[in-house]
Ligand binder design. Sequence first.
Ligand code: ADP
Ligand code: ASP
Ligand code: MG
Length: 410
Amino acid sequence: MALIVQKFGGTSIATPEKIKAVAERVLRRQKQGNQMVVVLSAMAGETNRFIDMARQIQESPDEREMDVLLASGEQVTIALFAMAVKAAGYDAVSLLGDQVKIITDGMHTKARIKSIDITAIVNNLRKNKVVVVAGFQGVTEDDDLTTLGRGGSDTTAVALAAVLRADKCEIFTDVEGVYTTDPGVYAAARKIDRITYDEMLELSSLGAKVLDIRAVGLAKRYNVPLHVRSTFTENEGTWVVEENKNMESVLVSGLTYSKNEARITISKVHDIPGIAAKIFTPISEAGIIVDMIIQNTRAGEMTDMTFTVPRLDYQKSLNIIKNLEIAGAGHVSGSDSIAKISIVGVGMRNHTGIATTVFRVLAEEGINIQMISTSEIKVSCVIDEKYTELAIRSLHDVFALGDDNPPTIE
Ligand code: ADP
Ligand code: ASP
Ligand code: MG
């Protein structure tokens, strides 16, 4: 008997009809002798609708109350899902984050899971029930509701699979797996059969929202076999797995973009010890995650500091910077209409020329690169947001990612 955790995203359960169809799919697996734990998101569009409503009341909504609001979407779907199972003649129980005891820290709207008590789930599985858990939510030690950040239901599913030592964790969504780039942006994108945890970590952190980055991190850490697949077909999807020798021969695995960031530049900062700490400490204390940082040295002991922050935190970051007393600081400028394009592949570790190909292709398309950052297995460029689709298509073509047999390293 296997224990399987299955997570269904918002489009998979967007209507009562779809919830019934998913419940039937889960029951088919249970009838084959498996124990089923189901993690659900809110119905498609609900979380955005809640955020819009909150902003009509408070420009920058109170984060504790925001969590109480956001967590309600998943409460609806788990209840309806448990009803669908019961209507089909089987037994189920819906459990909210606090009923499972998914304990998180108190960082509202982006809380991290600290521990999970498996007692309630295991007891219900023993009674042969389908256990239906609300994704994306938890509770602090002081009983305050929290949410895990957008896309956080993936994280709930993998965390549960890890603590329950599930045989696998299946992430069901509206596409057939992880593709070479967002299939919604470029139809030539190809489904990847197997991808390493490390490549998926990069793709997720760089904008591929098909899997939440913390979910991938947990899967890697606890060695949870992760299968991303479609709710609407029976086809095999993408396995996210440990790296093996053959995988290194693939030059570039995927191409991603993010329009979730904004760029801030502080020109002419004094280039003295402690200046970076002075700038970035108040930003991090405000819970803002800084991504790329570039520091240029100028003649005369001055430096320009450019960095990116989440677009939602752009104004808040600008205000923090403008209120800082930075010795000699010049002009503060920025843009919230940038995009970060990234290419990822473990093959880059021992193959040169990828970055220069990226720069050449962008230049040929007349796209200016505003920032560059690289790691062992990725190259990222910040460009003007309006060129995102053009850049994705050109780079996807030049690396032949849509081909059945893309170029490999000999
Ligand atoms: P769910 O609601 O099921 O969690 P998401 O909308 O969070 O689904 O993620 C699925 C979407 O991710 C797809 O519809 C697709 O447009 C987008 N996506 C972005 N990059 C990729 C990629 N590399 N592979 C597959 N899907 C991607
Ligand atoms: N409902 C939440 C969101 O839209 C969590 C999720 O879907 O994973 O971000
Ligand atoms: Mg998602």
